[in-house]
Ligand binder design. Structure first.
Ligand code: AVI
Length: 326
């Protein structure tokens, strides 16, 4: 991959940062969109989160994929050759399990990882190409929430789109349906979507996963302010904001906020904007929706997919659902 390919995307991202931050900080209830977490430092912090003892999501989903990779691929493509597309591929750590199961069925597998982060994709591609020479990696640096198309493929091939890691949980329910609908519209009958969702569970367990003892999630949350300081010439003092996670049972979601510890005014030079925070006022940075039993299947149906099968772990903490484009 060459850096040239991504330069127009970098400009587009800067414009989007400016627009989204202005909108979020001038609204009556201040908020920032969660995609802003993932600059280089934020992506690194997120990788650390996935290994935390409290953050059961990644481990549990990995165990489901490890146990059921062959069954998933069989359900997804029967006997037809398969190519795997992954949205928000990041480091693609769990994907290797499915790629290996693919290689056990066919001589080679085309793997099309899609991510907005050039850095994350580049290192994932290098690793997979090194470890799995029979996987042909076709990386795409695009923001799949704004635009989406897939590489053309043969009429005999089936595409399996992976949207795992509970990423769908960071979208509002109507946005989630819109995004999955867009994915559906790019698929052919017989293609599949594998969706990983986190399930509703004990409140304390959910809270611990988003407010770990080591403070990595707190650093991840505050890092968004560091990003705005760098990219928009802002003067946030990250130490003047406390990390808060709380469970909203009515919306079935964990919310992350940054609470202003004092009355303060923050300047964002690139936006020519001053923002006042009252002591105790919060800046809402993320929702992470948790699904009740049957919720993910309902989401797939509402987005034009037929739910085919759901795999879960013995404690029913996480679910991986296959939807088919009919
Ligand atoms: C990426 N996403 C699924 C994570 C989640 O669990 O909602 C982001 C995250 N936020 C705090 N910890 C992890």
């Amino acid at each position: 991959m060459t850096a040239q390919v991504v330069l127009p995307l970098v400009d587009a991202v800067l414009d989007r940062v400016a627009d989204d931050v202005r909108r979020g900080l001038t609204a009556p209830s201040k908020s920032l969109p969660p995609w802003l977490f993932y600059d280089e430092a934020g992506s690194r912090l997120f990788e650390l989160i996935t290994d935390l003892p409290e953050y059961y999501l990644t481990r549990t989903e990995r165990s489901i994929l490890a146990k059921n990779a062959t069954a998933i691929l069989t359900a997804a493509c029967h006997d037809q050759p398969l190519r795997i597309v992954e949205l928000g591929a990041g480091s693609a750590a769990k994907t290797r399990l499915l790629l290996q199961a693919g290689l056990d069925r066919q001589p080679s597998v085309v793997y099309e990882p899609i991510d907005v982060s050039f850095t994350a994709l580049e290192s994932a591609c290098r690793q997979i190409e090194g470890e799995m020479p029979r996987v042909e990696v076709v990386p795409r640096v695009i923001d799949y929430t704004c635009e989406l198309d897939f590489e053309p493929c043969g009429s005999h091939e089936r595409r399996l789109v992976l949207y795992i890691g509970s990423s769908i949980g960071n979208f509002e329910p109507d946005e989630a349906i819109r995004l999955l609908h867009r994915i559906r519209s790019r698929l052919r009958p017989g293609d599949g979507l594998l969706l990983g969702v986190d399930l509703v569970k004990d409140r304390n367990m959910l809270l611990a996963a988003y407010d770990d003892a080591e403070g990595v999630t707190a650093a991840f949350n505050r890092n968004v302010l560091v990003r705005l300081n760098r990219e928009l010439g802002a003067d946030f003092d990250p130490g003047a904001f406390a990390h808060r996670a709380h469970w909203n049972p009515f919306a079935s979601r964990i919310e992350m906020h940054l609470e202003s510890l004092c009355a303060q005014v923050v300047r964002l030079a690139a936006l020519d904007l001053e923002v006042e925070f009252a002591a105790g006022e919060t800046l809402h940075t993320e929702n992470s929706y948790k699904f009740p039993p049957g919720g993910a299947e309902a989401l797939l149906s509402a987005s034009g997919f037929t739910p085919v099968f759901t795999w879960t772990d013995p404690r029913q903490w996480f679910a991986v659902c296959l939807g088919r484009a009919e």
